[in-house]
Write a protein that binds this ligand. Sequence first.
Ligand SMILES: Nc1ncnc2c1ncn2[C@@H]1O[C@H](COP(=O)(O)OP(=O)(O)OP(=O)(O)O)[C@@H](O)[C@H]1O
Ligand SMILES: [Mg+2]
Length: 214
Amino acid sequence: MLSTRFAPNILVTGTPGCGKTSTCELLQRRLKDANYYNISDFAQQHECYDGYDEARKSHIVDEDRLLDELEPLMRKGGAIVDWHVNDIFPERLIDLVVVLRTDNTVLYDRLKSRGYHEAKIQENIDAEIMGVVIQDAQDSYEKEIVVELQSDTADQMDENVDRIASWSAAWLEQNPKGVTNELVERGSDEEDGTDEEGGSYGNSASSGEDGEDA
Ligand SMILES: Nc1ncnc2c1ncn2[C@@H]1O[C@H](COP(=O)(O)OP(=O)(O)OP(=O)(O)O)[C@@H](O)[C@H]1O
Ligand SMILES: [Mg+2]
């Protein structure tokens, strides 16, 4: 069944410790009707697990099951999705991908103060240096919707929340008739003129990896 969303879905991603959850919690207060999904919690609440990774001491998320649970909620629009994995969500359901970035030494201190052991800290620092998360986002979504924001300080976090909130307001203004949740083939007849959304080619395949530590 064809359906439309009337508020944007925003994915907030980045290496563990970069400030996704802190940013999303502020953002949620600014975007009145938004629904916030912290995927680590969501997967647990909906039992979207497929075993346990002993080496990483973390549950392995069953991505198919996760999407089965999440997709109907995302189709309503106004979702803020918080996860370090970003390449599994259907492209047609995502309006903005925010990739938070953090300076290595700042990130080190944050992860250390969480009590992470050295190998886990190093794995995450390496991922941040190599830009694993931004690369995944750029490989999975149109570049126009991927934004990279620095998140080293509280002031930067406030600025980032301001920017995302302004972007959301602009989206609402530009899309008074909403955007489609369906796969639209580029170049096919456009019935409803929602061409800001453009054609979406849907779900980029998951790499099948669990991503880095959570
Ligand atoms: N921009 C920032 N300035 C100062 N402190 C920050 C900033 N962003 C996050 N922090 C702090 O860093 C810690 C980690 O932040 P947070 O839990 O939001 O990260 P996360 O990306 O959600 O991590 P995870 O992927 O493990 O859930 C928290 O103590 C938070 O207060
Ligand atoms: Mg978090």
